[in-house]
Design a protein around this ligand. Structure first.
Ligand SMILES: NC(=O)c1ccc[n+]([C@@H]2O[C@H](COP(=O)([O-])OP(=O)(O)OC[C@H]3O[C@@H](n4cnc5c(N)ncnc54)[C@H](O)[C@@H]3O)[C@@H](O)[C@H]2O)c1
Length: 372
């Protein structure tokens, strides 16, 4: 080895050592800063979350999940605003007592009220659970009319008093159309910030596939709920996969029973709500609350790479769905924004089902507007 090569090798080693040292020092510095922040308790600003209808079944299951950090993570403090009717207010006082008794470290404040303006003040995230369910003997138009008036009033309060970048999730039925009314009466809230819950149906579809294949539910991904949160929704597995020891495998291939997938699977997911009412004599609340947490969590924190979820969002015409409807699409989320997954192949059977549920939403929209 001549002198020149030896010099180069020494230089190379020195540069390498220096680089490693710089990275190590940087890492150490970052660790120290984080540790010091912990010691000084440099807390994040709390996020204010509104839950309407908070003394109801879903509200009661949802608020402890939020207070425990299931929505925004274990390091994010929250303030809860909870809205109820006069009739529900006594029960809401009880919910507040229980929240205090649970001593949630992340819960920095609880406001209970029957005043929609106070409820909406400075909220960053609004979960709209309040609604009038259809009871025996009630006309469809009657139910729609009562929900339209709730969503009109609450939209105006959010418009005027919520934080400018407030994200809204509508849970109460008819969820898609309630969200649409809210959008109409809160025009300054960007349409990208108004969504409705179809994640429960999405999770139900994951659950059914996991049961059928006897695989863990976390290994199943990319099912889709298209359309309305109603019995016309279309649970679609054509792009869904399961993680196996041999990589991702298509759900259709693994199930290898198209008849089951095109019939029983779809109706089971569509009618799961009814099956739960029959068994529990009450509608699904635990799974609805959990799905609401999943929806907001993924929207704010982001979806894992290669994974999508279903969200009811304002249609931009993707997949031939009429713009101006709140329709459930497959979406990915990044930096607090959702985007509709583009370019998925839609076969003939799916096309029919996508259009059928869109048609129902068009009719619901017309009915809602006739109630304004
Ligand atoms: N999108 C979904 O996946 C999904 C799933 C399950 C249930 N839901 C719907 O969620 C809604 C709530 O379900 P639940 O089981 O909790 O019902 P619930 O009747 O137990 O609770 C609703 C609560 O809303 C309150 N409320 C009614 N009008 C109000 C108003 N104007 N302001 C404030 N509060 C008001 C009621 O007092 C009640 O406590 C229903 O519409 C239900 O159909 C949607």
């Amino acid at each position: 080895m001549n002198m020149e090569m030896l010099a180069l090798e020494i230089l190379d080693n020195t540069v390498l050592k220096k680089t490693v040292l710089v990275f190590f020092c940087g890492f150490l510095f970052w660790k120290i800063v984080r540790y010091m922040c912990g010691l000084l308790k440099v807390d994040k600003e709390p996020v204010t979350i509104l839950v309407t209808g908070a003394a109801g079944q879903i509200g009661y299951a949802l608020v402890p999940m939020i207070a425990r950090g299931m929505v925004l993570g274990p390091n994010q403090p929250v303030i809860l605003h909870m809205l109820e009717t006069e009739a529900g207010f006594e029960a809401l006082k009880g919910v507040k007592m229980e929240l205090i008794d649970a001593a949630f470290p992340l819960l920095k404040g609880v406001v209970i009220t029957t005043d929609v303006v106070e409820a909406c003040k400075d909220v960053n995230i609004a979960v709209m659970v309040a609604g009038i369910p259809r009871k025996e003997g009630m006309e469809r138009k009657d139910v729609m009319s009562r929900n339209v008036s709730i969503y009109k009033a609450q939209a105006s309060a959010l418009e005027e008093h919520a934080a400018a970048d407030c994200k809204v999730l509508v849970v109460a039925n008819p969820a898609n159309t309630n969200a649409l009314i809210l959008k109409e009466f809160a025009p300054s809230i960007p349409e990208k910030n108004i969504t409705c819950l179809t994640r429960l149906d999405h999770n139900r579809a994951l659950g059914q596939i996991s049961e059928k294949l006897n695989v863990h539910v976390s290994d199943v991904k990319n099912v889709i709920i298209w359309g309305n949160h109603s019995s016309t929704q279309y649970p679609d597995v054509n792009h869904a996969t399961v993680a196996t020891s041999n990589g991702q495998k298509n759900v259709r291939e693994l199930v290898s029973d198209d008849y089951w997938l095109n019939n029983e699977f779809i109706t089971t997911v569509q009618q799961r709500g009814g099956a739960i009412i029959k068994a529990r004599k009450l509608s699904s609340a635990l799974s609805a609350a959990s799905a609401a947490c999943d929806h907001i969590h993924d929207w704010v924190v982001g979806t894992p790479k290669g994974t999508w979820v279903s969200m009811g969002v304002y249609s931009d015409g993707s997949y031939g769905i009429q713009p101006g409807l709140i329709y459930s699409f497959p979406v990915t989320c990044d930096k607090g924004e959702w985007s509709i997954v583009q370019g998925l192949k839609i076969d003939e059977l799916s096309r029919e089902k996508l259009d059928k549920t869109a048609q129902e939403l068009i009719e619901e929209k017309a009915l809602a507007y006739s109630c304004l």
